[in-house]
Ligand binder design. Sequence first.
Ligand code: SF4
Ligand code: SF4
Length: 461
Amino acid sequence: MSSSLDHEVVKSLDVLRKIYDAGVVGAGGAGFPTHKKLNCKVEYFIINGAECEPLLKADQFIMQTRSEEIVKAADIIGKLLEAEHIVFALKKKYVKEIQALKEAIEKQGVRMEFFYMEGIYPAGDEQVIVHEVTGRTVPPGGIPLSVNTVVSNVTTLFHVYEAMQNRPVTSRYITVTGEVKKPSILKVPIGISLDNCIEAAGGAAIEDYKVIMGGPMMGKFVDKEQASNTFITKTDGGIILIPKEHYLVQKNTISIAHMINQAKSACIQCSYCTDMCPRYLIGHKLRPHRVMRAMAVNNQEEEALKDALICCECGICELYACPMGISPRKMNIHVKGVLRSKGIKYTDTEIYTGNTQMKDFRQIPLARLISRIDMKRLERDIAFEAIEIKTEDVRIHLKQHIGISASPIVGIGDRVVKGELIARVDEEALGANIHSSIDGMIAEVNADFIKIKSEYSGVNA
Ligand code: SF4
Ligand code: SF4
């Protein structure tokens, strides 16, 4: 008995070691190191295939075309976690993806469940998904593990499958869409510039644009001029080109001082921002209207300000709920930064179940959201075939994950091959290893990144 248990422990360590070696991190969010996340036992293992950000398609692509690899990884992880339930959570409209996954499950003779979601935003929020699938609320400021659950994104699972074949994370599938001539799914090396991704998608279709890294609701805005100097990491699933005068660009450029003035002069304290907040609706005491009020009266209510610390920055309050067009989300981000700099933490872990009663009546259909944020005109058909992109150089960040930066183990002039370890963290530390994503020569090493030049010239498309 004990020898078979020992065997299981060794096998678990083997799996975690391979994931650590390969530098796998959560591909759908902040990049939590996967070997750390999976070092536990839980009741539920939920595979997040919601891909709820408007216009992004790479997760859907991967579910359609890499379903066997995803199911194999789900089985390995499910056993590692000793999960009673391995649940694919995805939108019921993803008919082809569901079919592909079901065929792979049947072929492999494994037992997995499906949870079908409506086409709402933010269906893929980790804590919303846990609430939907298990009926449990992750305590504010907590993680799914506290309710006996682990959630992983489908692309992370694909990377885990690759790790089991001793192939580290050196590339990822991304969506490139919006104002490009050939909206595409690209397989790009980690560290490729945004400019090269745009070029590979046929180039920009308009002269003046901004780039959203990620989705329109939670993505980061990058100036056109910075696109050659901004690089894809393990956590980036897509880029969207939007006109410079687009509504979202204008929303994104308002200053802190202007936001505080808006809170004072335009916030009517209707509390729609709170009523529609998905975290409030799963039972968290997050009330953005109170943060706005506290800021309007010059930070007199510190207890109310602390709510900002549990905001997931989904954007519903400012891009959908607020009738005055003001920005509670941005205010929360500002307040969060101020409180964290003072070392103030959120401590109220109570769950307000009364908030959840209205949840089902306040769901936001994705189609309506897309119209509201004026993205309908940027929706494009995308062929579901991945184009593999080569590039002449990459700049690979040493911190593409939560935790400490990886330490370089190469120097200028060293020759490296694709998949070779170039920066590492100790297995016990919170962080992830980094590998070369191309064959080439190390051109620069500093505290932030490693630059590698290949012999390849230009970008293929
Ligand atoms: S929805 Fe807008 S106006 Fe209403 S309370 Fe929130 S920030 Fe103020
Ligand atoms: S961005 Fe707004 S709606 Fe979203 S979690 Fe934060 S307060 Fe709630």
